[in-house]
Design a protein around this ligand. Structure first.
Ligand code: NDP
Length: 270
C-alpha cells in the first residue's frame, strides 16, 4: 500500500487518528432481530448510545413497544417472525422504504432447547435449526443483496459457546450455531471484497431469560459453567452490545470472517 492510500484508511484523518469517532455509528441504521429483550435489547441500547438508529423485531408486540419506549426516538420496531422466511424480503423492503438503507444487520433472534439428544424429535430439531440457521440465512441474503449493491454494510451473527465445544443436551442448538459459524466464513469470503463485512460474536454465559431457563433448577450445570469461566461470573447483555458496536464501526474495518468470543474466558478456560 502506498502512502497516499494509507492516508485514506478508514478512521484516520490527516496526521491524526479520529478517536473516538472511529467507534461511532452516527448516521447508521441497524436492524436487530429479537431486539425487544435480552441480548438483542442491549445491542440496540449500545448502538443507539453509539449514534445509530435501530429497528428491532420480534414476534410479540408488547415487549417491542416497551423496548422502544426505553430506547428513545432513534428506535423503531416491526413485528416479525423470522421463521416466516417467505416474508423476509418484504420486511427488509418495508424497513428500507420507511427508515432508509440498512447499514448493519444483527442476527440475534434465536431459540434454545435443552433435552438429551436421544429424546430430541425431528420436529424439535427442525424448529431450532429453522429459527437459528435457515431463517438467519434468508434474512442475511435479503439484506446482503442491498448492501452489496450499495458497496457497504456490516453483518453480525450471534453465535454461542455451543459451537465451540461440546455442551450436553443442546444437540439442535449446537448444530444450528455451528452452521452459523461456518456461514460467517463463507459469506465473509464472498461479500468482503464488495464492501460488506461478516462476523460473529460468540457469547459465553450471559444473564438473560434464555440462560435462566437453561440454568434454572440445574445448579450442577451452573457450577460447571462457572468453573470453566476464568472471570467466574456471568456476562451482562451490554457486554455483547459493546462488542457489536465495535464490529459494526469503522474501527473494525479490517475485521471480517471472525468469531469474537465475549465470554469471560469461558472458551479457553480449563
Ligand atoms: P432471549 O430468549 O432472552 O431473547 C430472544 C429474543 O429473540 C426475544 O426478543 C424473542 O422475541 C426473539 N425471537 C425468538 N424467536 C424469534 C422469531 N422466530 N422471530 C423473531 N424474533 C424471535 O435470548 P437471549 O437474549 O439470551 O439470546 C439472544 C441470542 O444470543 C440468541 O441467538 C442466543 O442463542 C444467543 N446466545 C445467548 C446466550 C446467553 O447466555 N443468554 C449465550 C450464547 C448465545 P419474541 O419471543 O417476541 O419473538
Amino acid at each position: 500500500m502506498n502512502q497516499e492510500s494509507d492516508k485514506q484508511t478508514d478512521g484516520q484523518t490527516e496526521g491524526q487518528y479520529a478517536f473516538p469517532s472511529v467507534f461511532s455509528l452516527d448516521g447508521k441504521l441497524a436492524l436487530i432481530t429479537g431486539g425487544g429483550s435480552g441480548i438483542g435489547f442491549d445491542i440496540a441500547r449500545c448502538m443507539v448510545a453509539a449514534g445509530a438508529r435501530v429497528v428491532i423485531t420480534g414476534r410479540r408486540e408488547q415487549p417491542l413497544q416497551e423496548a422502544i419506549a426505553m430506547l428513545g426516538e432513534k428506535a423503531y420496531y416491526m413485528v416479525n417472525d423470522v421463521t416466516e422466511r417467505a416474508r423476509l424480503d418484504e420486511l427488509v423492503n418495508n424497513i428500507e422504504t420507511t427508515y432508509g438503507p440498512i447499514d448493519i444487520l444483527v442476527n440475534n433472534a434465536g431459540v434454545n432447547m435443552k433435552k438429551p439428544a436421544l429424546e430430541v424429535t425431528d420436529e424439535d430439531f427442525d424448529r431450532i435449526v429453522h429459527t437459528n440457521l435457515n431463517s438467519l440465512f434468508s434474512l442475511t441474503r435479503s439484506c446482503a443483496r442491498r448492501m452489496i449493491d450499495r458497496g457497504r454494510g456490516s453483518i453480525i451473527m450471534i453465535s454461542s459457546m455451543a459451537a465451540y465445544y461440546g455442551i450436553d443436551r443442546v444437540a439442535a442448538y449446537a448444530a444450528s450455531k455451528s452452521g452459523v459459524e461456518g456461514m460467517v466464513k463463507v459469506l465473509a469470503s464472498e461479500f468482503s471484497g464488495r464492501g460488506v463485512r461478516v462476523n460473529a460474536i460468540a457469547p459465553g454465559f450471559i444473564e438473560t431469560a434464555m440462560s435462566k431457563t437453561a440454568m434454572g433448577g440445574d445448579p450442577e450445570r451452573f457450577d460447571r459453567a462457572m468453573r470453566r469461566t476464568p472471570m467466574g461470573k456471568f456476562g451482562k447483555p451490554q457486554d455483547i452490545g459493546w462488542a457489536a458496536v465495535f464490529l459494526a464501526s469503522e474501527a473494525a474495518c479490517y475485521v471480517t470472517g471472525a468469531s469474537l468470543p465475549v465470554d469471560g474466558g469461558n472458551s479457553i478456560g480449563f
